[in-house]
Design a protein around this ligand. Structure first.
Ligand code: XLS
Ligand code: NI
Ligand code: NI
Length: 437
């Protein structure tokens, strides 16, 4: 029985279409900058918000109307839900999905029971993947919802909770491998602190480093070839999350000798919570060869938390795609870590939300590709640095120059050459011009 009988497969109808259940910009097979849109964007639906989000907030309970739910936390209900999810992925034409272990299957009374539940649901996920061709972008373990993780998982003060977390990740990696997952993500959950009086930060970070090394070792042991990703976030649920932004993550990875094994999964709403633009976080990760994947959402700047809204702003998606085109994304993807508002409680709203954001990213892709192809920003950018293309600049960049050499160069001149305009406003106008097309 269909869960979405009123929806057939979403098709591309072009920008003039006013059909809310059609794509206006996302045309999967259209080639942009040498690749199909489908291959550039690698759209991914998240299981947790889309199929487990209840709509609850700190002031009220769930609002979501999900007629396929039977109200129990049984494995049977989880298996039914998995089939509904795949109907959704298929109709939306989303090539990938992503999950936490505890989203897809209920937690049991013991770890062994939880593992068995996960295996039972993974069987259905595998069947559905084979039936539909939808693939797993990444798997991860939820190590923040259960009260045992109140002090964290890999940074907990309770060594048995640490062991539990290790066993849980071990299992989640096995299931991710079994389902052909192309990545495995670590979002910090409760890895961080609320109060430094009761926190041994150095010891906690050493434990986290050990934890990741054990994950790397286990991946080698079982032959899991997926990319490991860390997802930076500065705060929430703890007041300070250790993986606070791209720079902090890279410093951590370098300190613990992990840079060869991990890249970053950058989320828009986490970037803004850290006081950065998404473009900054992407560029920072990209320039260090560590841009792995993105969690595509947006925050509301008037609300100070991770509101995980669907991004519909073309300006934002254009900025994101400018950086993704520069560094590439595969084996990552554009993962909709976003939830419909609690007032948008009908199943059809899930379609509107994803279609709109897929279109916004497709439009951003096209605009960014034309900007890059025409060199519309890059010509002014290289002009801005043209003084460095001189002998003086080359000697500095190649490490040949010393302070003495530079003094000897500039002293006889008495003053440096005049500066050129930064042309920020012109550049902003140029981006708008491409958006107008
Ligand atoms: C929470 C994170 C989380 C990760 C997956 O803020 O975005 O949803 O993406 O654990
Ligand atoms: Ni996320
Ligand atoms: Ni988030």
């Amino acid at each position: 029985m269909s869960a979405f009988p009123e929806v057939s497969k979403i098709k591309y109808e072009g920008p003039k279409s006013d059909n809310p259940l059609a794509f206006r910009w996302y045309n999967p097979d259209e080639v942009v900058a040498g690749k199909t849109m489908k291959d550039h964007l690698r759209f991914t639906v998240v299981y947790w918000h889309t199929f487990r989000g209840s709509g609850s907030d700190p002031f009220g309970g769930g609002t979501m109307h999900r007629p396929w739910e039977d109200g129990t936390d049984s494995v049977q209900n989880a298996c039914n839900r998995a089939r509904v999810a795949f109907e959704f992925f298929e109709k939306l034409d989303a090539p990938f999905y992503a999950f936490h272990d505890r989203d897809v299957a209920p937690e049991g009374a013991t770890l062994a029971e939880s593992n068995a539940n996960l295996d039972a649901v993974a069987k259905v996920l595998k069947e559905e993947q084979q039936r539909t061709g939808v693939k797993l972008l990444w798997g991860t373990a939820n190590m923040f919802s259960n009260p045992r993780f109140m002090h964290g998982a890999a940074t907990t003060c309770n060594v048995e909770v640490y062991a539990y977390a290790a066993a849980q990740v071990k299992k989640a990696m096995e299931v991710t491998k079994e389902l052909g997952g192309e990545n495995y993500v670590f979002w910090g959950g409760r890895e961080g602190y609320q109060c430094l009086y009761n926190t041994d930060m150095k010891r906690e970070l050493d434990h986290l480093g050990r934890f990741f090394h054990m994950a790397v070792d286990y991946a080698k042991e079982i032959g899991f070839k997926g990319q490991f990703l860390i997802e930076p976030k500065p705060k929430e649920p703890t007041k300070h999350q250790y993986d606070s932004d791209a720079a902090a993550c890279l410093n951590f990875l370098r300190t613990y000798g992990l840079t060869d094994y991990f890249k970053l999964n950058i989320e828009t709403n986490h970037a803004t919570l850290a006081g950065h633009e998404m473009m900054h976080e992407l560029e920072y990760a990209g320039m260090q060869g560590a841009l792995g994947s993105i969690d595509a959402n947006t925050g509301d700047l008037l609300l100070g938390w991770d509101t995980d809204q669907f991004a519909t702003n073309y300006y934002l998606t254009t900025q994101i795609m400018l950086v993704l085109l520069k560094y590439g994304l595969s084996p990552g993807g554009v993962n909709f870590d976003a939830k419909v508002r609690r007032e948008s409680f009908e199943p059809i709203d899930l379609f509107y939300a994803h279609i709109g954001s897929m279109d916004a990213f497709a439009r951003g892709l096209k605009v960014a590709a034309s900007i890059i192809e025409d060199g519309a920003l890059s010509s002014l950018l290289s002009k801005r640095y043209s003084s460095w293309d001189s002998e003086l600049g080359r000697n500095i960049e190649s490490g040949k120059s010393s302070f003495r050499d530079l003094e000897a160069f500039i002293m006889p001149k008495g003053e440096a050459a005049r500066n050129q305009s930064g042309r920020q406003e012109l550049l902003e106008n140029i981006v708008n011009r491409y958006l107008d097309r």
